[in-house]
Ligand binder design. Structure first.
Ligand code: SAH
Length: 464
């Protein structure tokens, strides 16, 4: 497997500074699946080519694998000879500095688009030349693809799925490497290692700045994550939300709690929400943006609630909730009452439709305006619970928090914090539009001028 990268930017040998590899020396690096070699077949001031050659050890790949149904299969596959996710691993490990867009000697150069030509032999393409073009051309590459015959001695056998691919663009080297890092395994569509949560992180990091707007975004995410639906949904939700829900949840814990601790606002809020849900007579309730499950715990302890569903977009929060609630060791009659589901409030979702009540506690301020609009319909038009209990910070009260500098929000992921008047306007408009009536309740110690730290709206369906 050979990747070459050529530039004619002058002096071309500066490519060595970007790659952190000296053009005068060949280098070999041992990786878990074989050897990577970096060398420069040409290095003049007019034109410089760096080569990354992977020498994948087919025997090493098999070692330690058990339960092979076809014992020879691992020895007679194409893995040692083609560009696959091994190439991405090698780029990450051998050219990590360049992939990260850093250069110690030439930081501004790393940020400069330069003429680059990348050539890969051989690239397996499930989806053929058509997909190859749909993946690279929207990113501004001029592409040449030479398809290889299955066996040149037997033309009747037809074409193989292997291509020699040449990509040309004036771009930053880091961008080229990120595109290859993500798109080579996508074309190959057969990742060699277990895909876990950190693959989502890698994909989002390498896809930053280009993946969200790519016309083939969904296919890229699905294939990169090896068709694992949970991870794919998570990644897509995060790409479309342009935010990191796990980080947001974590940061919320760290910052918001610090700010609010003194008054134990959190407990008061959860108590107020539980009381409002109870007063509504609801038996089947859904907690939207349930986070780590604090409200769910209170609901579970109250036998008035027969069916309890928690939904969140963050896998990590749901895992924490599952642990904290000890869902796996609950007795069967309790276990039957509660369910956690992964989902986004941006999309209408039949799983949350038709409940008696929904809680939306400290969630809306994480949604920026277009997403808030989508959420309004998802909740009030499609899910349409009889009662909605919704809380959000009262910005006016922030003046009372010593640690909040003038105008700062309680949490850095908050897209807005509303005054009482702003919340009232929003809630009344939504209620009016979707046929609910809304009343407002303060939560936490009330300041005569600034109001209470948390504002709560209780919406009741007024017509069918
Ligand atoms: N209700 C919980 C958590 C509030 S923090 C509590 O009061 O403790 C906001 C939560 O909303 C986070 O867990 C976050 O992951 C979730 N969230 C943010 N955007 C979301 C979306 N689009 N869909 C579903 N959940 C979302």
């Amino acid at each position: 497997m050979l990747l070459t990268i050529t530039t004619t930017h002058q002096p071309a040998t500066d490519l060595g500074y970007l790659l952190h590899k000296n053009p005068a020396r060949a280098q070999s690096v041992a990786l878990s699946f074989g050897q990577a070699h970096v060398f420069y077949p040409e290095a003049t001031t007019a034109r410089c080519t760096a080569a990354l050659l992977l020498d994948v050890d087919p025997v090493g790949l098999v070692r330690g694998r058990k339960g092979a149904d076809a014992p020879l299969e691992p020895y007679v596959n194409d893995r040692p000879y083609v560009a696959s996710s091994f190439l991405s691993v090698a780029i990450g490990q051998v050219l990590g500095t360049a992939l990260g867009g850093r250069s110690r000697e030439r930081p501004e150069f790393a940020d400069t688009p330069i003429p680059l030509v990348a050539r890969i032999a051989a690239l397996p393409c499930r989806g053929g030349e058509d997909l190859l073009r749909r993946l690279f051309e929207p990113l501004g590459y001029e592409l040449e693809a030479a398809q290889h015959a299955l066996d040149p001695r037997f033309p009747a056998w037809g074409e193989s799925r292997y291509f020699t691919v040449t990509l040309r663009a004036t771009t930053r080297l880091a961008d080229l490497l990120r595109h290859l890092y993500v798109l080579v395994p996508v074309l190959d569509d057969a990742k060699h290692y277990f895909v876990g949560d950190d693959e989502v992180e890698k994909l989002l990091r390498r896809g930053e700045e280009w993946l969200a707007a790519h016309p083939e975004r969904d296919l890229i995410v699905r294939r990169y994550l090896r068709h694992q639906r949970g991870l794919t949904r998570d990644a897509l939700a995060r790409l479309t939300a342009e935010e990191d829900p796990d980080a947001a949840a974590e940061a919320r814990d760290a910052e918001e709690h610090e700010v609010e601790e003194r008054i134990r606002l959190n407990d008061q809020r959860l108590g107020a929400v539980t009381a409002a849900l109870r007063a509504s007579g609801a038996r089947r309730v859904v907690d939207l943006g349930c986070g780590e499950g604090q409200l769910l715990r209170l609901l579970l302890a109250d036998s008035a609630f027969h069916e309890i569903v928690g939904l969140d977009v963050s896998h990590r929060s749901l895992e924490v909730a599952r642990d904290r609630l000890r869902l796996d060791s609950l007795p069967p009659h309790q276990k039957r009452r509660i369910r956690l589901i992964h989902g986004s409030l941006m999309y209408r979702d039949a799983r949350i439709a038709g409940y008696d009540a929904a809680a939306v506690v400290e969630v809306i301020e994480h949604l920026d305006p277009p997403r808030l609009k989508a959420f309004e319909r998802v909740l009030f038009e499609f899910a349409r619970p009889r009662t909605v209990v919704l809380t959000t910070p009262n910005r006016e009260y922030n003046a009372r928090f010593e640690t909040l500098a003038g105008g700062a929000f309680r949490h850095r992921d908050h897209r807005f914090e509303w005054t009482r008047a702003e919340f009232r306007d929003w809630a009344e408009r939504v209620a009016e539009r979707f046929g609910y009536v809304v009343r407002f309740l303060p939560v936490g110690p009330e300041d005569p001028e600034l109001g209470a730290p948390t504002q709560m709206g209780v919406f009741d369906l007024s017509r069918g």
